[in-house]
Design a protein around this ligand. Structure first.
Ligand SMILES: [Zn+2]
Ligand SMILES: [Zn+2]
Length: 168
């Protein structure tokens, strides 16, 4: 877990601290599927700026997630760019002025990085924007084998023929 001790920085109002750090990311869950960050560790840029009333944090990094395509379950890769910002008041009057990632002068960079990626994710992760998905009839991958099924069911002419076939 990557965290940063804020007291150690001894920032005075107006001062800024920049640090490059390595953050380990945990797998993500989306639509019941699992997406793995590759590599697991990313180089992140963290900036801590002390204002008169509180502290501003910004975190930037890029990651790449690997997992199943939402439509065809084939391999999908998603690049995610994160640029997140948090504010923590020196004496927070309400929860809105306090970031959940600061406890006892410690900034939990890992938890923040994880949530920031989760927020940046689309509703669905696809192998490509126009993925054709799986055939609802036979389950084959329509990207690899584009096909259609003839309307065998629901046509009264075929129903009559089926009835006849059953008698034979
Ligand atoms: Zn797909
Ligand atoms: Zn099919």
């Amino acid at each position: 877990m990557t965290s940063l001790n804020l007291r150690r920085l001894r920032l005075r109002p107006g001062e800024e601290h920049r640090e490059a750090l390595e953050v380990e990311l945990q797998p993500f869950e989306l639509g019941g599927q699992r997406y793995i960050p590759v590599p697991e560790k990313v180089d992140a840029e963290l900036a801590v700026t002390r204002a008169t009333t509180g502290t501003v944090f910004s975190l930037a990094f890029a990651t790449r997630l690997h997992g199943p395509c939402y439509r065809c379950l084939g391999d999908a890769v998603l690049d995610v760019d994160v640029a997140a910002r948090e504010y923590h008041a020196s004496s927070p009057a309400s929860d809105e002025l306090a970031t959940p990632y600061v406890t006892d002068d410690n900034l939990d960079v890992s938890a923040w990085a994880h949530d920031a990626v989760a927020l940046a994710l689309p509703d669905k992760i696809l192998c490509r924007a126009d993925c054709a998905g799986l055939c609802p009839e036979c389950g084959k991958n329509l990207n690899e084998e584009p096909h259609e099924h003839a309307e065998e069911r629901g046509d009264p002419r075929w129903a009559a023929l089926d009835a006849l076939r059953e008698k034979l």
